[in-house]
Design a protein around this ligand. Structure first.
Ligand SMILES: C[S@@+](CC[C@H](N)C(=O)[O-])C[C@H]1O[C@@H](n2cnc3c(N)ncnc32)[C@H](O)[C@@H]1O
Length: 262
């Protein structure tokens, strides 16, 4: 039996499906962080570089390093304009391939719930930043139904399909993020919710884009055609109309920030 696990290996499909959501939420996250310019940034779980590009576009970084365990995602990241500055490295959040205290800020955008032991991930962020450095993350509120693919996954339950979840989904609760940061010894810890809305020209586009996610397609491909048609109608009924035949969906993330001790 194949292990049911969420995999990221197609940077272009990721871009169309999750990259756009990542930018919507990443913009709000960066407004909230309000970082100084010319920081040295470490983007952990940088994936296809969606958030790394946003750091480049908005934060005038002095240096950028992106780390991710997926070569497929990193290959796409290396095609972006940010690659002029960024050093993209293969690696894991729990054993970062970076020296101690080499960065001013370490961030995880939509990643902490993939880290098997989130506390080890935060300890690594702490090791990687200088004293007083910024450590921050945001993640879809999976237990709170905030994941952008929630209408698909929730309706799939009616067909006996339990959604695939990242290994540490529970850490995306706002209280859990706050506790994780506080227990790591970070200072001035703050949390906030981030709600973002994405509009689609019509429902067919919402459906097509959703199915680019392997987390869905792996289950839907195994369903009988009649069940897929019923699922589609159930998902359609969950969406808000957005004028001129369009639809929109609102997703919710939780964010946390704090500073390394001096
Ligand atoms: C939802 S994507 C987020 C990508 C990017 N940060 C963004 O905002 O679009 C999650 C990423 O986490 C990466 N990932 C999964 N497990 C990881 C781990 N243990 N350490 C670091 N990154 C991990 C995946 O390869 C994937 O690229």
């Amino acid at each position: 039996m194949t292990e049911r696990q969420i995999r990221f290996n197609d940077g272009a499909a990721y871009e169309e499906m999750m990259g756009k959501w990542s930018r919507l939420a990443g913009d709000v996250f960066l407004d909230w962080l309000n970082p100084a310019p010319t920081l040295r940034w470490l983007d952990i779980g940088c994936g296809n570089g969606a958030f790394t590009q946003l750091l480049f576009d908005r934060c005038a970084p002095a240096a950028l390093c992106g780390v991710d365990p997926s070569e497929g995602q990193l290959a796409f990241a290396r095609t972006r304009p940010v690659a002029r500055l960024a050093d993209f490295r293969l690696g894991d959040a729990q054993a970062l391939p970076v020296p101690d205290a080499g960065f001013d800020a370490a961030v995880m955008a939509l990643v902490i719930f993939f880290v098997p032991e989130p506390a080890r991930g935060v300890a690594e962020m702490l090791r990687a930043v200088r004293p007083g450095g910024l450590i921050a993350a945001y993640a879809w509120d999976i237990p709170g139904g905030g994941f952008p693919l929630e209408p698909f996954q929730d309706e799939m339950r009616a067909f006996g399909i339990e959604p695939l979840r990242p290994p540490s989904a529970d850490v995306s609760r706002i209280e859990a993020l706050g506790e994780l940061w506080t227990e790591a010894g970070l200072r001035a810890v703050e949390t906030r919710e981030i709600t973002v809305e994405r509009a689609f020209p019509d429902f067919e586009e919402f459906w097509r884009v959703g199915l680019l996610a392997s987390v869905l397609s792996s289950s839907i491909d195994a369903m009988a055609a009649a069940d897929v048609a019923r699922l589609k109608e159930r998902v359609r009924a969950r969406l808000a109309p957005a004028g001129r035949g369009g639809v929109s969906y609102r997703a919710k993330a939780n964010a946390v920030k704090g500073f390394a001790p001096d």
